[in-house]
Design a protein around this ligand. Structure first.
Ligand SMILES: [Zn+2]
Length: 342
C-alpha cells in the first residue's frame, strides 16, 4: 500500500514570531510536496495525541503547564521555547501525528509513514520542555509502540544536527528503545558525548555519534551506512523511527555542517534499505531544519526515496572520514557488525 503522510493545519498556528522555528518551515515543505503530488503518499490529517499517550512519557504537570500557558495566551518556557495561544493544539497534533505514524505502520499495513508537524520534539525531556520542543513527539510514538502494540525493540535514529537529548534521557534506562544520534558537537544542547551510553538495563542502548563542525555528506552517509545500519541489523528492531531534522544542511543558519540534498537522499535510502532487509516498517517524525527551501527539498528527497524501491547500500565502500573510523573502532566490540563496515 502507499506510504502515509500525516499533517495538520494547527502546525501553522504555533506562533513563534520571528523565531527560526516558524510556520514558514511547514508551508515550504507542504508547498514542495504538493508540487510533487505528495510523492505518492496517502495524505491524512493527524489526530491529537491523547492525554494517556502524552502522560506515558511526560508527567501530568508538564502537560498541564503547556495547556495552561497556551490557554493564557502564551508565554516563554525559556529564551528558545515559546508557547502561543495556538501551541497547545499544534503540540497535540504534532505528538498525535507521530503516534498515528506508528499505528499506520503497525496496524494499517503501511511500510513507510511520515509525520510533518511543528513544534519539533527531540529536545523535550521527561519533565522539561526546551529547545523549541514542547512534547517529545518521537518518544511519545516509541512509547506507544511499546505500550499499545507490545513491541520490545524500537530503533530511534536521530539525524538532526543537534543531539536529541530529550529522547536520550527518556529512554536511557531501557533496552526496549535503541537511540542512535549523529550530531554536531559541540553545539546546543551540549550533550551527546560517546560515553553517554544509558544506564541500568539501557546501558549500551544509547549510541552517540558526535561529529565536528563542517561535517558533510561523507560523514552523515558514513555514520549511517557504516555505523547505524550494522548496529540496526544486530539489534533487530521491530520498528524504526527517524527523528528527521534537516539542520545539518549546508544552507541551514543554526549549525555548521554541510550536508546536501543528495546527502540526505542517500541517508534516507540507507534507512529505507535496512527496513526492507529486516522486514520492519520505518516512520519519520520531523524535527529541525531552519532554511525552509533546503528543508522542503530534503524532506521531498527523503519521502520520494521511501516511496520507491530500496536499493542496496554500497557494501564495503567506506567514507574514509576519520570521525567515522573512530566511531567504528570504539563501537566494534559492542556491535560486531560495525567492524565489517557495512
Ligand atoms: Zn536541530
Amino acid at each position: 500500500m502507499a506510504p502515509v503522510l500525516f499533517r495538520h493545519p494547527s502546525s501553522l498556528r504555533h506562533d513563534t514570531g520571528s523565531h527560526p522555528e516558524r510556520a514558514a518551515r511547514i508551508t515550504a515543505v507542504e508547498t514542495a510536496l504538493a508540487a510533487r503530488d505528495w510523492c505518492g503518499y496517502d495524505v491524512r490529517e493527524s489526530p491529537q495525541a491523547t492525554t494517556e499517550q502524552l502522560q506515558a512519557v511526560h508527567p501530568a504537570v508538564h502537560v498541564e503547564r503547556i495547556r495552561a500557558l497556551a490557554a493564557a495566551g502564551g508565554g516563554s518556557i525559556d529564551a528558545d521555547t515559546i508557547v502561543s495561544a495556538g501551541s497547545w493544539e499544534a503540540a497535540l497534533h504534532a505528538a498525535g501525528g507521530a503516534v498515528a505514524v506508528v499505528d499506520a505502520l503497525l496496524d494499517g499495513g503501511a511500510g513507510r509513514a511520515a509525520s510533518l508537524h511543528r513544534p519539533p520534539g527531540h529536545h523535550c525531556e521527561t519533565a522539561q520542555p526546551m529547545g523549541f520542543c514542547l512534547f517529545n513527539n518521537v518518544a511519545v510514538a516509541a512509547r506507544h509502540a511499546l505500550d499499545a502494540h507490545g513491541l520490545r525493540r524500537v530503533l530511534v535514529y536521530d539525524w538532526d544536527v543537534h543531539h536529541g537529548n530529550g529522547t536520550a534521557e527518556i529512554f536511557a534506562g531501557t533496552d526496549e528503545v535503541l537511540f542512535c544520534s549523529v550530531h554536531e558537537f559541540p553545539l546546543y544542547p551540549g550533550t551527546g558525548r560517546p560515553n553517554e551510553v544509558g544506564h541500568g538495563a539501557g546501558k549500551g542502548f544509547t549510541v552517540n555519534l558526535p561529529v565536528p563542525e563542517g561535517s558533510g555528506d561523507d560523514v552523515w552517509i558514513g555514520m549511517t551506512e557504516q555505523i547505524v545500519l550494522p548496529i540496526a541489523r544486530s539489534y533487530a528492531p521491530e520498528l524504526i523511527l527517524v527523528s528527521a531534522g534537516y539542520d545539518a544542511h549546508v544552507e541551514d543558519p543554526l549549525a555548521g555542517c554541510t550536508v546536501t540534498d543528495a546527502g540526505f537522499e542517500r541517508v534516507a535510502h540507507a534507512v529505507h534499505r535496512v527496513g526492507d532487509e529486516l522486514g520492519v516498517p520505518v516512520g519519520l517524525v520531523l524535527e529541525g531544519g531552519y532554511a525552509p527551501d533546503a528543508l522542503a527539498r530534503s524532506v521531498a528527497a527523503t519521502l520520494a526515496a521511501w516511496a520507491g524501491p530500496s536499493r542496496p547500500v554500497r557494501e564495503g565502500v567506506v567514507s574514509g572520514a576519520p570521525i567515522v573510523e573512530r566511531a567504528r573502532a570504539s563501537l566494534a566490540g559492542r556491535w560486531p557488525g560495525v567492524a565489517l563496515g557495512a
